[in-house]
Write a protein that binds this ligand. Structure first.
Ligand code: HGY
Ligand code: MN
Ligand code: MN
Length: 421
């Protein structure tokens, strides 16, 4: 494991930024940051995170779905816990801060309590979830769903591009058997879940604010769409006789863009597309593409999906191609708990920062954790709102402010106010 940094001379922000640099080295690619769920790089990053949790005075372990879980006991052992954390898996060619910032900042906050010999009237658990991005396997939130007790065992049969299932990958990773009872939390054990995360959007930078309070996490659906046409010779088949799977997919993709462009509170993205057999002189016989569609309003999202499915059917009919639409992910919007937002907001105000509330267009583990306990999120400003991109960046000063506000929030957290609502 990489030598850990000296705890003495650095500000919380500097310590967080230094560790994020170290964590970013655990990557499949040499030239970019890619760390997919249950990869060898994920295992190295998980073990390093476990060491940092232990140095911060926590009991730390890697659970049966490869989350890293650190626990800092309260004034007496076994108290219900406030859950902190985020994810340490990344997208391909990722930035260093998406997910990892929330984990390292939470460890830094607990480290400060530990260094001061402080014990709070509740325990704190810091969780480094292993599969928030859902890049390697066609499912996502595996780690947080397992903790929340909502993981469908069938999920473990999902396979990656090499036909390795999550179940097999967990065994290769060295995880305990999946039915390890220590994975999921009982409702009474979890007071709330609070996640620090980069905003991944431009609002805080535009408002010149370092931090923001999240009101809700947008709901999202993902689809795998396959179009089957007829392969043909690029030189001999007249245009009007073609059953071109890629052109049909292209028309569907433009229909997606058009609908999302004219619908308020809706975004839709086609991130992956492939055409087979993939030869320049062959009319594609089939094409596959993904659709990711989101909205803070579940009704807007459901209505848009219905309209798109109808449009796809019409296009497939006109082009005499076959269509298969598989929904691979569906998560309703998750509202942050008002009493948690207020308590985070009070900590932001005590730091002399004007509180700003905003929704999260990006998905987070809170979408799964809300099945277990109330959730809240604190956003930190990121440069240009850039994310899912190596250019993603935050400032040391904002990281420092975020850790200090989190520590202040921990000192004032009153779980009884959650029950009052
Ligand atoms: O896709 C998302 O919103 C998240 O980054 N996984
Ligand atoms: Mn992400
Ligand atoms: Mn994230």
């Amino acid at each position: 494991m990489a030598p850990t940094d000296s705890r003495h001379t650095r500000s919380p922000g500097e310590a967080v930024m230094a560790r994020l640099e170290e964590l970013a080295r655990f990557s499949t690619d040499r030239t970019a940051l890619t760390r997919l769920y249950l990869s060898a790089e994920h295992k190295s990053a998980a073990k390093q995170t476990q060491v940092w949790m232990q140095e911060a005075g926590m009991e730390a372990r890697i659970d049966a779905v490869a989350n890293v879980v650190g626990r800092h006991e309260g004034r007496e052992p076994g108290l219900p816990a406030l859950l902190l954390g985020s994810h340490i898996d990344t997208v391909r060619n990722a930035g260093k801060y998406d997910g990892c910032f929330g984990v390292i900042a939470a460890i830094e906050a607990v480290s400060a309590l530990h260094a001061a010999g402080e014990r709070l009237p509740f325990a704190i658990e810091v969780i480094a979830f292993g599969d928030e991005e859902g890049v390697r396997f066609p499912v996502t939130l595996t780690g947080s769903r397992a903790i929340a007790g909502t993981l469908d065992p069938a999920t473990l049969d999902a396979m990656d591009a090499d036909r390795i299932s999550i179940r097999q990958a967990l065994q290769q990773f060295g995880c305990a058997p999946i039915d390890d009872p220590r994975v999921s939390r009982r409702r009474q054990q979890a007071l709330a879940y609070c996640e620090l995360h980069t905003e991944q959007g431009p609002v805080l930078e535009t408002e010149k604010l370092p931090l923001g309070l999240v009101t809700a996490i947008s709901g999202a659906s993902r689809f795998a769409i396959t179009v089957e046409g007829v392969a043909g010779h690029a030189g001999t088949v007249p245009m009007q006789l073609r059953q071109d799977a890629l052109c049909a997919a292209a028309e569907m993709i433009l229909a997606i863009e058009h609908l999302a462009g004219e619908t308020d509170q809706l975004v839709a993205t086609v991130g992956c597309i492939e055409a087979l057999p993939g030869a320049a002189n062959v009319i594609p016989s089939s094409s596959r593409f993904t659709l990711d569609i989101r909205s803070p309003s579940d009704r807007v999202r459901a209505d848009a999906i219905g309209r798109l499915e109808k449009a796809f059917e019409e296009i497939a009919g006109q082009r005499r191609v076959r269509l298969d639409v598989q929904r691979t992910y569906d998560e309703p919007a998750a509202g942050c708990h008002p009493a948690l937002i207020e308590q985070l907001e009070a900590a932001v105000s005590r730091a002399g920062i004007t509180p700003l509330r905003l929704p999260s267009g990006a998905g987070h583990d809170g979408l799964a954790m809300i099945s277990l306990c109330p959730i809240a999120m604190l956003f930190v400003r990121c440069k240009g709102g850039i994310s899912h991109n190596p250019a993603e960046s935050i400032s040391t000063a904002d990281a420092d402010t975020a850790v200090r506000v989190l520590i202040d929030f921990l000192h004032h957290f009153d779980p009884s106010r959650l029950r009052a609502n």
